[in-house]
Write a protein of this length. Structure first.
Length: 429
């Protein structure tokens, strides 16, 4: 029998209200011992919380969710108390001191929900993304996946492949008889449809991952083009060191930024030139590497410096003139890190270009991508062999594709990744 687990589910630190969760077979007994008479299921009741010695901890609300209708699938009790650290600490100490009770591990509530069939693995991953969401776009994507969008799509693929497998197996079973009809066209159609949709989802997986982690926008330019100054202006603080000396920036600076709901990571890079100083050379090498991998490059041109060396412009990149307060009359986009002139227009243009790259692929985790890629390979093999005499091989390939989809949704073969998935959750989730 599993232990009953206890954790603070609301944020740590001083607050008006704190929520402490208890989940497991002894949750109801713990509720009775700490707060007296059990309330009706899912009905809040005002109770006094007391230690084993009868000392009053606090007065607050309790609510009981019976097994089968709770988040974890087990009996689950919530204590809503005043959110002072002293009250929360004593309540947790009192609860966890009960026999068969212990403090929860990170993500253990969500893990139990998965183990009891209350959450699929993709939905659990989406819950983790929602807990970490910093922007509106991230929230929307997480909620969409928590509602089962990936599970639904995987179910459609699985249904098509199961039908194809059934047709192939019927043909194998009728090998010595007259087959009622030629199943090849329907099998090919079913596998090809599932394969096309999986490939479509994989095509946007990189950008879906960026939506979770942030689209990288690299500020690129020669030394003293104004990269760090602009970086600081965007941040609204002195996030990077600036000076009149060329080559001040040596490492890659990162700034997380909510740009109209999109998660952006601005990169402040070393000035791109042929450097003689070994430390600056390493900074330039890193700058070129990060710039090449970024989702968007903003090439900064100043009237008093040369051209950035070693990074090519790509389709969709942006060119912006800096030091607009000094240059004056510059055509195209221009910005001043001193006055802020042109900064809103530049950010709007970045938003438009990154928004156009936003992809609504349902595959946003490496584990999910690997499972779908495996299924694609099996489907490709099956499709290549349909119509041949290798029907047993076709059937085996389709079974492999179905197994990969089961891995995707967490039905099988995921034991080794559960710790990684749930360890990033907070204690009370």
């Amino acid at each position: 029998m599993r232990n009953t687990i206890v954790a603070l589910s609301s944020g740590s630190g001083r607050a008006g209200i704190a929520v402490v969760r208890v989940s497991g077979g002894d949750a109801l007994q713990v509720l009775n011992e700490i707060a007296g008479v059990t309330p009706e299921p899912r009905a809040m009741a005002l109770r006094a919380f007391r230690t084993a010695e009868g000392e009053l901890i606090d007065r607050g609300l309790v609510v009981w969710f019976p097994a089968g209708s709770s988040f974890t699938g087990e009996d689950l009790v919530e204590f809503h108390c005043h959110g002072s650290p002293a009250v929360v600490s004593l309540l947790l100490k009192t609860l966890s001191a009960r026999p068969a009770c212990r403090l929860a591990e990170p993500g253990e509530f969500a893990l139990r929900a998965f183990q009891d069939g209350r959450l699929s693995l993709p939905e659990a991953e989406a819950l983790g993304d929602l807990l970490a969401a910093e922007t509106e776009a991230q929230r929307k994507q997480s909620v969409r996946l928590m509602e089962g969008a990936l599970m639904s799509r995987a179910g459609e693929w699985r249904s098509d492949l199961l039908r194809a497998l059934a047709l192939i197996e019927v043909t194998i079973d009728w090998a010595d008889e007259e087959v009622p009809q030629d199943v090849q066209p329907e099998v090919s159609h079913l596998v090809a449809d599932a394969l096309a949709e999986m490939r479509e989802q994989l095509a946007g997986a990189d950008r879906a991952e960026r939506l979770r982690t942030g689209f990288e926008v690299a500020l690129v330019g020669a030394p003293n083009a104004g990269k760090s100054s602009l970086f600081n202006k965007i941040a609204g603080r002195e996030a990077a060191i600036t000076s009149a000396f060329a080559g001040t920036t040596r490492d890659v600076g990162e700034l997380r930024y909510d740009l109209q709901g999109l998660p952006i990571v601005f990169l402040d890079l070393a000035g791109l030139r042929e450097a003689s100083d070994p430390v600056e050379q390493e900074g330039v090498r890193r700058a070129r590497e990060r710039a090449a991998k970024a989702d968007l490059r903003v090439f900064l041109k100043a009237p008093d410096v040369g051209k950035a060396e070693g990074v090519d412009r790509q389709v969709g990149d942006l060119v912006v003139a800096t030091k607009a307060d000094l240059a004056g009359g510059t055509s195209g986009l221009s910005v001043s890190s001193v006055t802020g002139e042109g900064l809103p227009e530049m950010l709007d243009e970045i938003y438009k270009r990154v928004r156009d790259r936003e992809d609504m692929s349902l595959i946003g985790h490496h584990r999910q991508r690997m499972a779908v890629e495996d299924s694609v390979r099996f489907c490709e093999d099956a499709l290549d062999r349909v119509g041949s005499d290798d029907l047993e091989v076709v059937a085996e390939s389709l079974r492999g594709a179905l197994h990969s989809l089961d891995v995707l949704v967490g039905r099988t073969g995921v034991e080794d990744v559960l710790g990684e998935v749930f360890s990033s959750f907070c204690l009370g989730k």
